[in-house]
Design a protein around this ligand. Structure first.
Ligand SMILES: NC(=O)c1ccc[n+]([C@@H]2O[C@H](COP(=O)([O-])OP(=O)(O)OC[C@H]3O[C@@H](n4cnc5c(N)ncnc54)[C@H](OP(=O)(O)O)[C@@H]3O)[C@@H](O)[C@H]2O)c1
Length: 222
């Protein structure tokens, strides 16, 4: 089950799955692959009114997965709002307010999986991006206490061969993959299929809470 197929926001009560995203085309593609048990709604994770409308339609949730994000990264010394504050707006605050909007719909034993990235732990440049990922991992730890017995975990992947990279020019993508292969132990990017498996593990495992699962081919060991 690929993240790409699940589009950008994924919820389940295990008898039905609701997906959300900005793109009608991507929602239609996801519905085709998920079949009759799935439904899809428009949502912009950076817009609180849109999140409220989305969760008003998706009650009784056993799980919430929030991988949606769209941002650009850059060096500290560029002094760019786009690669600093706007990045947090898109990736951190989007997930923060998604959990808040979902709260009335989450079963007491529901599981939430936030999405960070292994840049939280090792140097890759792009300090606001690293800090944003670390902030999400901290958020999972603190929400796990406040929202218990609901379980809150974070998935922290390394470079993954997703549409994020596939839609970039081949030269840029290959250069990034080559750099990544030098930095991680397994010397390859991850796939979206195994990344989705890791998210499902965090939703299913009833003892996991407040954890970050580094799904990064050993990048954080370097
Ligand atoms: N791929 C990697 O190498 C990698 C590594 C570490 C961490 N991550 C993290 O994993 C997460 C998912 O990344 P990905 O590689 O799967 O990216 P992706 O292929 O670009 O998928 C992100 C999805 O989110 C949707 N989206 C973006 N902004 C949205 C918004 N405001 N509201 C609703 N939907 C929105 C996008 O669709 P539209 O833009 O069409 O709406 C797209 O379908 C991100 O948080 C990323 O930082 C990825």
């Amino acid at each position: 089950m690929a993240l790409q197929a699940l589009d950008s926001l994924w919820l389940s009560d295990w008898s039905r799955v609701a997906i959300g995203g900005r793109s009608a085309e991507k929602r239609a593609t996801a519905l085709q692959s998920l079949g009759e048990r799935a439904s899809a709604y428009a949502v912009d994770i950076t817009d609180r009114a849109s999140l409220a409308a989305f969760f008003a339609q998706t009650t009784s949730l056993a799980g919430l997965f929030t991988p949606a994000a769209s941002y650009t990264t850059g060096a500290f010394q560029e002094g760019s709002l786009e690669t600093s504050e706007a990045l947090f707006q898109a990736k951190f605050w989007g997930q923060y307010w998604a959990v808040y909007a979902a709260l009335p719909s989450l079963f007491p034993d529901a599981a939430v999986v936030l999405m960070s990235g292994a840049a939280s732990s090792c140097r890759l440049g792009a300090p606001a991006y690293a800090a944003c990922n670390a902030a999400l991992e901290g958020l999972a730890r603190v929400l796990a206490v406040e929202l218990a017995p609901r379980r809150i975990n974070c998935l922290s992947p390394g470079t993954t061969d997703s549409t994020l990279w596939q839609q970039r020019p081949a030269q840029v993508r290959e250069a990034a993959y080559q750099q990544w292969c030098k930095l991680n132990v397994l010397q390859r990017p991850a796939t979206v299929e195994v990344q989705a498996d890791a998210a499902l593990f965090l939703i299913d495992n009833t003892d996991m809470t407040g954890n970050t699962l580094y799904y990064d081919g050993g990048y954080t060991l370097r």
